[in-house]
Design a protein around this ligand. Structure first.
Ligand code: FAD
Length: 510
């Protein structure tokens, strides 16, 4: 145990781990982070090469006040570290073979105009949709997102509200209550896909994602999302926290039912009063070989999400057809989702999300060029696909399809190219099955049925990050750190001096 203070070890430096470190440091804990990779950030890493900058994972920011809360916990102002800009529109959705596109954003008049391009009747339903999804956001997400679900009765207590709001039925059907036109249905119903949830199987509570983007906006950080990660790292160092990269933990040590520290792959033992695990929760049992099962009553293990094939392309020309965020949906959208989620097979059609941040911040690419990140959802490694063989094939398939759709000359313009495949998620991010978004957000894997924020059998062992409650996405991961901090405060009552201040309110709106 460290001298002179209570020592917490955090395994992993994703958004969940870093924000927990800041919160615990502000509560007076000594904090050491052990990260397996050479740099911090986890899925939210950065690639820089030849003047091109790419965020490897998350790029679209919602609920910016949750980031502010973390800075505030350190007594810092977000505006002293990063600048957030609202994007208007947030993103454009294209469908191949369709002349019309759909601009999704928070400008209500513009959104209505976009809807009217497809259906006047559906446009007339926008207010009803926002009222219903707003209620789900307020009564569901804002309440349950900040509370732990260690007890079944807390989950059961939430059910009448969720039933009253009709939030337990599946999202796709719920969206269909308001909108009938297929493009409009897709525009308002796809959001769960990008945290690993099949819209036909996630509960309608995820309609709050669309609501939030309309009510609250879609944001970009100058320098990309990694600038937030970098600033969190600096704040942790300033507060006295220690970060060790290249430190893979291969065992969480425990004695008499209590966590006592961790052992790294090179045999180093770090003792601690408590351990917070930010790695993939489905790897828990492998790290705790002699511990009782986390879910003795669960008939099958937690289901991991699909994976992603990421292409990071630095090009020597600009592709004006792309906005900062663009979605391109090919034929058979529902078949595509079914392939990558339920069927776990290589998709027979295409649907990609593209991030091209130099529209907003020219410095993200050299003059005249573009830095383009392409995300193609693919099945995780349970599909049995061999990605050493599949990668070049899938790369050519995606790029050829995008060239034919509207980015002619894309392949010839590439001067820098990197990629992430399911193997990267498995081997570098230590995500079982090479999953991209942790545990699937289905009803039977949510709240009480998800990995709880405190271990049920080992005292002093906690969890943060996308696999625990409330779930994946940057806002979800940040909320897990607050839920876990609250549990730790309850379990280790002490006259801690918090350095917290209120939110700083420094968001730049256009
Ligand atoms: C391609 C992609 C796009 C996304 N886009 C968005 C988006 O636009 N907006 C959004 O809000 N969210 C998005 N997300 C989701 C979001 O990135 C994640 O939910 C969030 O960043 C996960 O944070 P986390 O705390 O779970 O940690 P992770 O990012 O999963 O990091 C966990 C860290 O723990 C480390 N680790 C694991 N095991 C060990 C061990 N045994 N020892 C030491 N270290 C270990 C890993 O190396 C990793 O660095 C996206 C995700 C992906 C993959």
């Amino acid at each position: 145990m460290a001298q002179g203070g209570r020592q917490a070890i955090i395994v992993g430096s994703g958004f969940g781990g870093l924000s927990t470190a800041i919160r615990l440091l502000s509560d007076g804990w000594q904090v050491t982070i052990l990260e397996a990779r050479p740099e911090i950030g986890g899925r939210a890493s950065r690639i820089q090469e030849g003047g091109y900058t790419f965020d490897t994972g998350p790029s679209l920011i919602t609920m910016p006040w949750l980031f502010e809360e973390v800075y505030a916990a350190a007594g810092e102002k977000m505006s002293d570290h990063v600048t957030l800009r609202q994007l208007q529109p947030g993103y454009r959705i294209f469908w191949t073979g369709e002349d019309r596109h759909f601009d999704f954003g928070s400008d209500r008049e513009q959104l209505l105009a976009e809807m009217r391009k497809f259906s006047n009747d559906d446009a007339n339903q926008l207010e009803a949709f926002l009222a219903a999804s707003g209620a789900i956001h307020r009564e569901g997400i804002l309440v349950s997102g900040r509370q732990n679900f260690l007890n079944l009765k807390d989950f059961v207590k939430l059910l009448p509200t969720m039933a009253r709001l009709d939030a337990i039925r599946f999202l796709q059907g719920w969206v269909g209550k308001f909108f009938k036109e297929p493009h409009v249905q897709q525009a308002f119903g796809f959001h769960s896909l990008f945290i690993g949830g099949d819209p036909s199987r996630v509960p309608a509570i995820y309609s709050a994602l669309a609501y939030l983007q309309i009510a609250d906006g879609i944001w970009y950080t100058e320098g990309g999302v990694y600038s937030i990660i970098e600033s969190f790292g600096k704040i942790i160092a300033k507060m006295g926290g220690v970060i060790h990269t290249n430190s893979k933990v291969d065992q969480i040590l425990h004695r008499n039912g209590r966590a006592t520290g961790v052992r790294t792959a090179d045999g180093e033992v770090h003792n601690a009063d408590l351990v917070i695990y930010n790695g993939d929760v489905t790897a828990r049992d492998a790290l705790l070989p002699d511990a009782p099962d986390a879910f003795p009553w669960r008939l099958r293990p937690l289901r991991t999400t699909m994976s992603a094939h990421m292409l990071y392309l630095g090009t020597n020309k600009k592709f004006e057809k792309l906005l900062h965020h663009t979605l391109v949906v090919g034929d058979d959208y529902y078949g595509f989702i079914k392939d990558v989620t339920r069927e776990r097979r290589m998709p027979r059609s295409n649907a990609v999300y593209i991030h091209a941040p130099s529209r907003t911040e020219p410095e993200m690419a050299p003059p005249g060029g573009d830095s383009i990140a392409i995300l193609l959802p693919v099945p995780n490694l349970r599909s049995g696909d061999d990605w050493t063989e599949a990668e070049p094939r899938m790369r050519d398939r995606t790029l050829e399809w995008l060239e034919n759709w509207g980015l002619p000359g894309l392949r010839d313009s590439i001067v820098v190219e990197r990629s992430w495949t399911p193997l990267t998620f498995r081997d570098e991010l230590l995500a079982p099955d090479g999953n991209a978004f942790a545990v699937e957000p289905s009803l039977e894997q949510s709240a009480y049925f998800r990995q709880p924020n405190r271990d049920r059998t080992i005292a002093g062992l906690y969890y943060v990050g996308g696999g625990t409650h409330p779930g994946a996405g940057m806002p979800g991961a940040l909320l897990t750190s607050q839920v876990t901090q609250d549990l730790i405060r309850g379990d280790y009552p002490a006259p801690f001096t918090s350095r917290a201040t209120g939110p700083t309110g420094n968001l730049v709106r256009p």
